[in-house]
Design a protein around this ligand. Structure first.
Ligand SMILES: [Zn+2]
Ligand SMILES: [Zn+2]
Ligand SMILES: [Zn+2]
Length: 487
């Protein structure tokens, strides 16, 4: 006699949910939605609608409503830049950044190829010292503590004398790094004009300095910047700079400006600080071709890699530490106007007690210093509580001047247009007329955030998508290696 198997007791909730999804009328659409997210870890769930109407004929040319979706909602990729949060979306971000930097170096997208002939360098600007740290000196020399540290030794970058290390200086440096860069860009033009013996006005009329930069954390918890700096003609990337704007002049000005750029930060509590660059400045010419040298591809790949790393390299946490209900203040105003201690944080203002964070002592001290400085009114603008987990740095991880290359927004537009085109095709199939190119189209829409994440069954589909993507990538890599062997 055949025994009946009761699936409810055997299969996991995820599989059960998947069976439920498979029984919906349009399971293909369910899988398509998940596939479109390309493995995103925590997609955003939306409900809403959008309608595009032709103004002249008042006919609807395009409409979409999540009510028509099999699960009644639309999943969109989280778009997070950090690889610790969403590997899939951060990979896309890295790819976009790569194309952005690459276009600025060798042309492509909206940038002409002649940009390759413009003088350009790859510069690294670091923070100064705030006290001696454990390191690996070149040659066979030992660290000042007497040890030979391994490459991945946790002690590297941490202070030799924590009690006298200038933590306030280090945190304030991070907090002003973005402003120092802005100041530096002004100094760069000034030094270049002086070096070439011309006025700044004349220089600006003849040459444009375009750049793209990324921030990276060093082991010691201080940010430093890598930047592609390029000469253009006054109109930008599509115009050659004058012949006297050479790599040598650019290199000279970069070094001079780095020595002299300074930002004064006054404070009664910790004294005035001069924010400036450290002595280690590296400037290298980028060549269009050549082997073993710094080429377009190498620079673009390097910059893209750092764009997704965030502060992880410093060993800090990837989330804000501010207590939400009291916004870090530690108290709430009661109905009588008096301060009530915040129940959520017990008055600390911290979402997680700093002493419980699973980080190195040095990192904890950076975070604690940022928190303490955040109480000072003169540093209110720095929002040090909000950025304590970033060790004070609140700048953007990758920025570029307007003329450098295409924008991330433009790259996303290309993708969006492509997606809309796909939706249009699907729509035309459904029997709507294709929109006439000359009409005025008006789009109205309304969206609400529902939640984040997948249904358990969709999570299985997402896992399959990730598996497929990894396999496809491995295959491409293998094919490439084989191709190189036979070249
Ligand atoms: Zn994502
Ligand atoms: Zn040491
Ligand atoms: Zn609180």
């Amino acid at each position: 006699m055949a025994r009946l198997l009761d699936l409810r007791h055997v299969i996991s909730p995820a599989v059960r949910d998947l069976v439920e999804l498979a029984n919906l009328t349009d399971f293909d659409r369910v899988t398509e939605q998940v596939r479109n997210l390309r493995g995103c870890t925590r997609p955003v769930n939306l409900t809403g609608w959008t309608t595009t109407t032709d103004q002249t004929t008042s006919t609807v040319v395009r409409s979409y409503s999540t009510a028509d979706e099999p699960t009644g909602r639309l999943l969109t990729a989280c778009g997070n830049r950090r690889s610790s949060r969403c590997p899939a979306c951060s990979r896309l971000y890295a790819a976009d950044t790569y194309h952005l930097i690459k276009a600025g170096l060798s042309g492509g997208k909206t940038v002409p190829e002649t940009v390759r002939t413009h003088p350009r360098v790859f510069a690294t600007l670091t923070a100064p010292s705030f006290g001696p740290v454990h390191n690996r000196p070149s040659g066979n020399r030992r660290c000042r503590c007497g040890a030979h540290h391994q490459e991945d030794a946790p002690a590297l970058g941490t202070p030799l004398y924590p009690a006298t290390y200038d933590y306030a200086g280090a945190v304030l440096w991070n907090a002003h790094a973005g402003a120092l860069w802005a100041r530096y860009a002004i100094y760069l033009r000034r030094h270049l004009a002086a070096h070439l013996g011309m006025t700044q006005k004349a220089l600006n009329a003849a040459v444009r300095i375009s750049f793209a930069k990324v921030a990276e954390y060093q082991k010691r918890g201080l940010v430093h910047f890598h930047a592609v700096i390029r000469f253009d003609g006054p109109a930008g990337s599509n115009e050659s700079p004058p012949s006297w704007a050479t790599v040598a002049a650019l290199t000279h000005a970069i070094k001079q400006a780095a020595q002299n750029a300074v930002l004064a930060v006054p404070s009664k509590a910790v004294g005035e600080r001069k924010i400036r660059w450290g002595k280690q400045i590296d400037v290298r010419e980028i060549t269009a071709l050549g082997d073993g040298e710094l080429t377009d591809q190498k620079v673009a790949a390097y910059v893209a890699k750092y764009a997704t790393k965030s502060a992880e390299g410093s060993g800090t946490v990837d989330r804000s530490l501010v207590c939400h209900p009291c916004a870090g203040r530690g108290y709430l105003r009661g109905p009588d106007g008096f301060r009530d201690l915040c129940d959520d944080c017990g008055g600390t203002g911290q979402a997680e007690p700093l002493k419980d964070l699973r980080v190195q002592r040095h990192v904890r001290q950076m975070i604690r210093t940022a928190w303490n400085l955040g109480h000072l009114p003169e540093f209110a603008d720095l929002k040090l509580w909000k950025w304590a987990h970033m060790l004070g740095f609140r700048g953007h991880f990758s920025t570029k001047s307007r003329a450098y290359s295409t924008t991330l927004g433009a790259l996303r537009d290309v993708r969006r247009t492509w997606r809309t085109a796909q939706a249009d095709r699907a729509h035309a199939r459904a029997g709507h007329p294709a929109p006439d190119e000359n009409t005025t189209l008006v789009t109205e829409s309304s969206w609400q955030y529902l939640t984040s994440g997948y249904r358990p069954g969709e999570e299985l589909l997402a896992a399959q998508t990730r598996h497929d993507i990894t396999q496809a990538r491995d295959q491409t890599a293998r094919a490439k290696t084989e191709g190189e062997i036979w070249q």
